[in-house]
Design a protein around this ligand. Structure first.
Ligand SMILES: C[S@@+](CC[C@H](N)C(=O)[O-])C[C@H]1O[C@@H](n2cnc3c(N)ncnc32)[C@H](O)[C@@H]1O
Ligand SMILES: [Zn+2]
Length: 172
């Protein structure tokens, strides 16, 4: 079976201390190297919530206000999952909307994580279990609005969020 998503040959999926399974580096990865590219179907929020999440769980990446990329069948689930957990001290950022790159040099063995603030513009609030010293404990779907995260992740937000941040800055 050809995978829907791309995972770098320098990665493997295994049990994570953060949650379930996670994505790990099996070799050193250089800053800005491509680690994963999310593949799947392009679906609206309505289809995601009605058809996909109840059946497959959290499998999507948000790519615009009302658009998500996700597998839609059981068979596609494993072929599309990236297994990148959230961390408040994330190592991956986004190039465009579906390409995940290293935000810094990463050493073999490290868990590969992204900060949901870089991809999400949603209405949720969840407890974070990342365990990082700088953990913000409660994550919300509006964390992209936080100035300290905008500064810290500059250049690594999903393109649709980078545009929103630029528009906010222009109005400031
Ligand atoms: C796409 S899955 C990531 C892969 C997941 N660990 C697995 O085994 O399927 C995203 C889900 O992982 C969990 N998760 C990931 N990072 C988390 C974190 N920092 N704190 C709490 N839950 C997290 C949440 O349940 C979230 O809905
Ligand atoms: Zn955290």
């Amino acid at each position: 079976m050809i995978r829907l998503s791309y995972l770098s040959p320098k990665t493997e999926v295994r049990e994570s201390k953060i949650h379930g399974r996670g994505l790990f580096a099996t070799a050193d990865i250089a800053k800005d190297e491509i680690v994963a590219v999310k593949g799947g179907h392009i679906v609206t929020r309505e289809v995601l919530q009605r058809e996909i999440v109840p059946k497959l769980g959290p499998v999507e990446i948000q790519i615009d206000d009302d658009l998500f990329i996700a597998p839609v069948t059981d068979e596609e689930r494993e072929l599309s999952m990236l297994y990148s957990n959230h961390s408040c001290d994330a190592s991956l950022g986004v190039r465009g909307e579906i390409t995940f790159v290293a935000m810094r040099d990463i050493r073999a063995g490290e868990e590969l994580t992204h900060d949901w603030a870089m991809t999400d513009d949603e209405d949720y609030s969840v407890e974070c279990k990342c365990g990082a010293p700088n953990c913000r404990k409660i994550l919300t779907g509006k964390d992209w609005r936080r100035p300290e995260l905008q500064k810290r992740h500059a250049g690594y937000f999903s393109a649709y969020l980078a545009r929103k941040i630029a528009m906010l800055d222009a109005g400031r």
